[in-house]
Design a protein around this ligand. Structure first.
Ligand code: GLV
Ligand code: MN
Ligand code: MN
Length: 426
């Protein structure tokens, strides 16, 4: 990889344009929270998701890129290479958000990809390989669990119909929402899902805010991501019996909430980690009938378990079912695994290209792993993959107060522009 700056390319990256686009995207699903922070609720396959995609396509077409979508709704914007037969370099991220998310998680990687490609076109830089900017469907998993559906299907990790029956909170199945969505985008050319005729992308590069405190605390401009820790998601459903809260003696109850509390306590013991590396989270609980004077008949809760070491992630995850079952006193429990991403260590090609570009641009870059999962985790088996992180204030993410400076995001886009050019010419 060249270790020099392409000055015209770097100068063509527009901090103002990238910021303006991010702020415009932040209006779609945008809301102000009680503390005055501007958050975003842009769940996948909603009207706001569709509007954000149309906006992106408009900008991309104005810049000379060509749009296409696949059967999972993954959106691709293609910059043609001088040899269109070569495997493309892919860059991008996701446009959906958490229910009370920020303006940068995911969407910046897509906007940065467009900014980088537009800059290289405006600078008159030619690339041998095509470059495609991708917006993956449903990375967050907030409306439909799990996340990363688009990239998992693209990578052949799961068949595309795997999630058709998954319901959102309003009882709308994913398959139905996706069919309606694809109908609304019938005018956009279709492309086959995933890798066709064995032509995997040449490389995948995802730009993302760090979502953690490391870059800020170490005064670094750029994170060279070395890999992603593993994640497993489970849904636990506990079934008891609903009764009158005033008349039914406690000893006669089959109270789903009480057994849920016992299960979560037992899981906390199972997940105890003196090194504080393991991440165990219960963050979504659903109770039926959810009335203060009716004993709970059903309690459902989610588990998000993460660890960078597979030899810890696997046995702890595999023990969940047994621990939940042993905690049941009066109810029955069902445990379903919904997501399984093993820890990933990236091939050195992309991290090295990121390091070379950051160095050439005089930026301070450090290597670090990702605690969040990303679509890059599912691209990793297909082609050399890597990520570029930029700092975010206080390391905060998945919250309306999530924030990165326009200059920090511009630095990330400049590095991305150079990495894409270098990869697309090798
Ligand atoms: C991605 O959004 C994650 O939860 O890591
Ligand atoms: Mn993200
Ligand atoms: Mn996220």
């Amino acid at each position: 990889m060249p270790d020099t700056v392409a000055p015209n390319l770097v100068a063509a990256v527009s901090e103002a344009r990238q910021w303006q686009r991010l702020m415009e995207m932040g209006e779609l699903g945008g809301f102000r929270d009680a503390d005055g922070h501007w958050g975003v609720n842009r769940a996948c396959l909603t009207d706001n998701d569709r509007k954000s995609r149309r906006l992106l396509i408009r900008w991309a077409e104005e810049a000379g890129l060509t749009a296409s979508i696949d059967q999972l709704g993954n959106l691709f914007l293609r910059h043609e290479g001088t040899d269109p037969t070569l495997a493309p370099v892919l860059t991008g991220s996701h446009m959906d958000s958490q229910p009370a998310g920020g303006r940068f998680d995911g969407i910046w990687g897509v906007i940065a990809g467009l900014e980088a490609v537009q800059a290289l076109r405006e600078a008159g830089v030619r690339t041998k390989r095509p470059i495609e900017v991708v917006a993956w469907t449903n990375e967050e998993g907030g409306r439909y669990a799990p996340g990363c559906m688009g990239s998992m299907a693209y990578a052949g990790y799961r068949p595309p119909e795997t999630w058709d029956a998954v319901m959102d909170k309003d009882g709308i199945p994913f398959g139905q929402a996706l069919a309606e969505h694809l109908k609304s985008e019938a005018d956009i050319p279709r492309r086959p899902l995933g890798v066709v005729e064995g032509t995997a992308p040449f490389a995948y590069v995802e730009a993302h805010i760090e979502q953690g405190p490391t870059l800020e605390s170490q005064d670094a401009d750029i994170g060279i991501v070395t890999g992603i820790q593993g994640s497993r998601w489970f849904l636990v459903e506990i079934t008891g019996k609903s009764d009158h809260a005033g008349t039914t003696p406690v000893g006669l109850r089959r109270d789903a909430v009480q057994d849920m509390v016992r299960a979560i306590n037992a899981l906390n013991t199972l997940m105890h980690d003196p090194t504080d590396t393991l991440r165990f989270t219960v963050a979504s609980i659903e109770i039926l009938p959810n009335s203060s004077n009716s004993v709970a008949q059903t309690a459902r809760f989610t588990i998000d378990l993460r660890h960078p070491d597979n030899s810890i992630l696997q046995p702890r995850g595999n023990a969940i079912e047994g621990v939940v079952q042993s905690a049941m006193r009066f109810c029955t429990a069902k445990v379903i695994e919904r997501f399984h991403a093993t820890p990933t260590v990236f091939h050195p090609m992309v991290p090295n290209a990121v390091e070379a570009a950051a160095r050439a641009q005089g930026l301070r870059a450090i290597r670090l792993p990702s605690g969040a999962f990303h679509d890059a985790q599912f691209m990793h088996p297909l082609c050399p993959t890597g990520m570029i992180f930029v700092p975010c204030r206080g390391g905060v993410s998945h919250h309306p107060s999530e924030y990165s400076e326009p200059s920090e995001l511009a630095a990330g886009a400049r590095v991305l522009a150079q990495v894409l050019t270098d990869l697309a010419n090798s």
